[in-house]
Design a binder for this molecule. Sequence first.
Ligand SMILES: [Zn+2]
Length: 245
Amino acid sequence: MVVTGVVLVAMALAVVVLAPRVLTRSAWTIDRPRTALLAWSLAVVVGVVGFVLGIAFVVLADGPLSDPFAIGDSPTHGFNVGVAVLAVVAFVVAVRVRPGSEHRAVREAMRQGAAPHREIDGTLVAVVEADHALACAVPGRSGGVLVSSGLAARLQTDELEAVVAHERAHLQQHHAAVVAVAESIERAVPWVPGARAMARSTRVLVEFAADDAAARRVGREAVRRAVLVADATSALAAIRASRLT
Ligand SMILES: [Zn+2]
């Protein structure tokens, strides 16, 4: 039991240390963002499950299997198990997903019909009056895609379709949840070396994945132009545009 536990913890630690190094230094992640996102998820599952199971094995090892909690035999055993269970519960609570409050406000506005909206390819697209370039995906049953009038005015038709296809991909591939989980883990265990790298990578990889989905729909060139119109200044937009050429 103790050996199994130690092996599991060692395996979990190896994954937590090595996965961020491999995944942040591999060029293939730029071309295969969805595979990279899957690899990050696997690393989290193996890391967390391995660590929790390993600790549980070690803690339970000094009690007989027929009475794993062995409270009668060892005065500290029940306490140890309690601490382990509490630690797991604390981790789960700390890692709870917090949806963005701005999404709630936008969803409420869409539900009340505050913004004029139309359906493009089965997706609810709302246009809000604002001069600055803004496009975002609002997850949820009454969600959809939000585009500012300022951005819509600057885009050609195929570029607007590219923006809508990009935001729809965020919705269909549940990117808001993926990013929320990565950011919650970063908040819960900021001292774990890979947590910050994972949150940063996840935010970039979901943009690449959404660009790829949009490119399959409207072509890479329209997506590339739309990215540069929507965001002419950021380094991420420059990288997104260059990987689409
Ligand atoms: Zn995006």
